[in-house]
Design a protein around this ligand. Structure first.
Ligand code: ADP
Length: 378
């Protein structure tokens, strides 16, 4: 085999991916634990990846490594098929053609909307003044801010400022755009509306994007792929549906779903829990139960069905009206709290005693050795 062919075969497949990371590890000086640990993934052209995880799990560090603000101690980063960082090569942040959108918008307060947007175009010498103006109009139209060119940032709402930041990042037509908690500084109503707008804008622009969030709903709503991070590594990466429906660990399940987690022990062919027995069928994907006698059973709130029974031991302690549904807070005989959601028709009064049933195919069972203490977003 020729040397050239050998070299080709040993290269990872990068042709179709805009971004690829392989074995990226970063440890800050003085820290024993790695902030980012052996992270590998690929991002295809036009895809949006959401990095989801609790505070301190390494999301921002990973974003900064891709942007070129930090240097990894091991691993390799490819952008559009070119190595931009490894042990021997290093492309500076300005040369990476990566756009950034920050949590605090980072607009220039003394520049108008138009000048904030064209700021990033100044370095592109090949563009004439009229081409820059045209690009400015295109991106302001894309983010719905045409007509606001002469305003200053303090004359805009938080949502409008974030759209200016997005327009500024998109103006130079970057290969990739990185967004660090882009919606977290906005109030709830604006955040919910901008979620959809952000996705629409990125999709219309056809830009590949990676955004950081600690809000699971935001990640599932905006992203094509979600990576759940834990202690610097990827715990699971997949589509929002895969992450929600097939969580690989209790950690992922606790982070992305609203579910009840019940201690269970195995007896023959069943898992015994305080609220009933469940068949020990291998419905839990690739989780291995070999020799496992202790587990945690996950029951989503919407899968827990309530049946009033005067002799039952479980009582409805509280009830919240959520519009389309009620959320019931239940107390078991041992004092454990469970939650159930069901449609608003015929609500059950507080104090009702109930038996429970579940939709068995939606159950997830995690062997206890995978059930490390879960962390919630700070
Ligand atoms: P996240 O964005 O998920 O909150 P970070 O990437 O900011 O997480 O941090 C990951 C880990 O690295 C944390 O333990 C944090 O304390 C540590 N860390 C982050 N930045 C620095 C730094 N500049 N110097 C030392 N440690 C840092």
């Amino acid at each position: 085999m020729s040397a050239a062919l050998t070299a080709n075969l040993s290269q990872p497949k990068v042709e179709s991916s805009i971004l690829q990371l392989k074995g990226i590890t970063k440890r800050y000086s003085g820290n024993l634990a790695a902030a980012v640990r052996e992270v590998s993934f690929q991002l295809q052209q036009g895809d949006i990846l959401g990095l989801l995880g609790p505070s301190g799990c390494g999301k921002t560090t990973l974003l900064r490594l891709i942007a070129g603000f930090e240097q990894a101690e091991a691993g390799c980063v490819w952008l559009n098929g070119q190595i931009i960082a490894d042990q021997h090569r290093w492309t500076s942040p300005e040369q990476r053609r990566i756009g950034m959108v920050f949590q605090d918008f980072a607009l220039f307060p003394h520049l108008t909307v138009a000048n904030n947007v064209t700021f990033g175009l100044q370095q592109i010498r090949r563009l004439s003044l009229s081409q820059k103006r045209q690009r400015q109009t295109e991106v302001l139209s894309l983010v719905g801010l045409l007509g606001m060119e002469d305003r200053y940032p303090h004359e805009l709402s938080g949502g409008q400022q974030q759209r200016v930041a997005l327009a500024r990042a998109l103006a130079p037509q970057p290969q990739l755009i990185l967004l660090d908690e882009p919606l977290s500084n906005l109030d709830v109503q604006v955040r919910l509306r901008l979620r959809q707008e952000l996705r629409d804008i990125l999709k219309t622009a056809g830009t590949t994007a990676l955004f950081v969030t600690h809000d699971q709903e935001e990640a599932l709503a905006i992203a094509d792929q979600v990576a759940v991070m834990r202690n610097g590594g990827f715990e699971q990466i997949g589509t929002p549906e895969e992450i929600y429906q097939q969580p690989r660990s209790q950690f992922v399940a606790e982070f992305v779903t609203q579910a009840n987690f019940l201690a269970a022990h195995r007896q023959g062919d069943t898992w015994q829990t305080e609220v009933g027995c469940f068949a020990a069928t291998p419905t839990t994907g690739d989780v291995s139960f070999a020799g496992c006698t202790q587990a945690v059973v996950m029951i989503r709130q919407e899968d827990l069905l309530l049946h009033p029974d005067g002799d039952a031991a479980i009582v409805i302690r509280d009830r919240q009206f959520l519009g389309r549904e009620y959320r019931y807070c239940l107390k078991t005989q041992s004092g454990q709290e469970l939650h159930a959601r069901s449609a608003s028709l015929r609500p059950l009064p507080v104090g009702t005693t109930v038996n429970l049933s579940v939709i068995p195919e939606n159950l997830k069972i995690f062997p206890q050795n995978s059930a490390l203490p879960a962390q919630k977003a700070a």
